[in-house]
Design a protein around this ligand. Structure first.
Ligand SMILES: Cc1ncc(COP(=O)(O)O)c(C=O)c1O
Length: 405
């Protein structure tokens, strides 16, 4: 399918016949304390998009720049859309839905981007994909690499969460811990691809990371009988998932399949609120540090911040910040009242929806989708202390009496 790239800052267009990561002009300028410029938007040929309007049904693949090879070898997406009865009753939102992307092969939303980057690699005949990650993106890419037979080189700060690193190693990735932070891992991964070749999948750096994530919106369109919801709550760190969700609905609108974009609400922790603050103040600054317990959305200098702020405005939405206490309470509520074990970052979306619902910010009749982006099993420590396994008992009737009275 034909497509080109467009710089999201200066609007300059670039052809897609070879791999390009960022606008060479805008990405040159890097001001301290400001969100970086030069990220590219993938523009799908509008004639192609418009041709989709007359089709009886559309698939996410109809909107993607590269064909996904052997989809069933790495079956990403088609994740369940819950109508969570108990939470519907509790909140009074009768059209509430939860999209559980923790049901993807590696347990997170990141599989969507990794699948498209794998397709990009196969399209260009590349065998190796390198990236920096502190968690889910790395394990998702490693999982895709295992399925498609690609070599994955994963640069991580040595402090990255162990479970996600073990998961990546188990899939066969070459994990390279480095004695520094994520930013250092990011630039080393770029030096790696410059020196040794292959494709770089760094989030926001490779435009396919936004593009791959848009498949969720096409899926929602299909799952909701060919219409868009009124509002979608998305947990935000770097702002790539957020931008992917926006892009999916944007392309559906370009195709003439929906009339208007849903409000896409940016959910952040008060302790990692760079994008929320930039949107609120209209100043595209980074923040000095991010300290939220929800590690997957703990980002001080969001790699896709500018694009995300732009899309919050274009979808006529807003950013909602929640406390870490609210995030952990949301995690417990989702587990005990909907049967969904989400990691803290994902639960941030539910916490933000609850806050907006309580403040009357969102209409009770609205069709709301809360997007849960990752499974809780990767971070068991987040629920330690909040729930516990009781002491063992003797296998006797007397012992039963002590427990049940
Ligand atoms: C589970 C989960 N939720 C949300 C996010 C936030 O995505 P983004 O950094 O693109 O905003 C991430 C990113 O790592 C994630 O792993």
């Amino acid at each position: 399918m034909e497509f080109k790239y467009e710089c999201s800052d200066c609007g300059k267009e670039y052809p897609s016949d070879k791999i390009i990561y960022r606008c060479p002009v805008c990405s040159e300028v890097n001001e301290d304390g400001k969100m970086q410029k030069g990220n590219l938007i993938t523009k799908i040929d509008s004639k192609h998009l418009k041709s989709l309007k007359t089709k009886d049904s559309v698939t996410p693949g109809d909107f993607l720049p590269y064909k996904i090879p052997n989809e069933s070898t790495f079956p990403v997406g088609n994740t369940p859309l819950y109508s969570p009865l108990r939470l519907i009753k509790k909140t009074g939102f009768k059209n509430l839905k939860i999209k559980n992307d923790g049901a993807n092969p590696s347990g997170s939303f990141k599989d969507r981007a990794s699948q498209l980057v794998a397709a990009q690699a196969l399209h260009f005949g590349e065998k190796t994909i390198a990236l920096a990650s502190t968690g889910n993106a790395g394990s998702a890419m490693a999982c895709a690499g295992a399925a498609y037979g690609l070599d994955i080189v994963l640069f991580v700060p040595e402090s990255a969460p162990k479970a996600k690193l073990l998961q990546s190693a188990l899939y066969g990735a070459k994990v390279v811990p480095i004695k520094d932070n994520y930013d250092a891992a990011f630039s080393l991964s770029i030096k790696y691809t410059e020196k040794y070749g292959g494709i770089n999948r760094n989030t926001a750096y490779n435009p396919m990371t936004v593009e791959g994530k848009k498949t969720i919106s096409i899926e929602l369109f299909n799952q909701m009988r060919r219409k868009a919801p009124d509002a979608v709550y998305v947990p935000v760190g770097d702002g790539v998932i957020y931008s992917g969700v926006f892009k999916g609905f944007y392309d559906l609108k370009e195709a003439g399949l929906i009339d208007k974009l849903p409000k896409i609400i940016c959910a952040q922790s008060e302790k990692s609120n760079a994008i929320s603050k930039a949107w609120e103040k209209g100043e595209l600054n980074t923040i000095p540090e991010a300290t939220t317990r929800a590690d997957s959305i703990s980002v001080a200098s969001p790699a896709n911040g500018r694009m995300a702020v732009r899309y919050i405005n274009e979808s006529n939405a807003w950013a909602t910040e929640v406390t870490d206490e609210a995030i952990l309470a949301a995690q417990l509520e989702l587990g005990s009242e909907a049967g969904i074990f989400a990691e803290p970052a994902a639960a941030c979306a539910w916490a933000a929806f609850k806050k907006d619902a309580e403040n009357g910010k969102i209409d009770k009749d609205a069709e709301v989708v809360v997007l849960l982006t990752g499974i809780g099993f990767k971070d068991m420590a987040s629920v330690e202390g909040a729930v516990e396994v009781p002491e063992s008992i003797e296998p006797t009737v007397e012992a039963l009496g002590k427990v049940f009275g």
